[in-house]
Design a protein around this ligand. Sequence first.
Ligand SMILES: [Zn+2]
Length: 135
Amino acid sequence: MEYTFTDAIGKKYHTPPGRKETPVEIRIWPNVDKSAPAPSDKPYLGNCWVWTGIVNPQHGYVSVWYKKKYWRLHRLVYHLINGPIAKGMVIGHKCNVKHCCRPEHLEEVTQGQNTRDAIKDGLRKAGLYSKEVMS
Ligand SMILES: [Zn+2]
């Protein structure tokens, strides 16, 4: 199957006829809604790009087969755009939207930092966050 395709970040792809595997970008971007609202507590981040395709019912994440393994969608998008993720690092969501894969909303952080951010954002949403609480 021959494809000509422009992905969500404007990169163009053309695959020659006879290629077996569908390029991963073609499996990702048509399933992403780029007009999802920005997070209400961080409107400056802009719209979230939210996955609208199939979600793995076992763990609730999106699994994408790429290079002989399953990737969580946000890790794969980060990898495709920024290159390999350093060992021991996790990809966090600045927007806290689980199925968002907007590259600008993803950041490479340590597991500890990711957990601290999640707690801080949870408290902020609950109206409990202040510098004194989290310092
Ligand atoms: Zn987002």
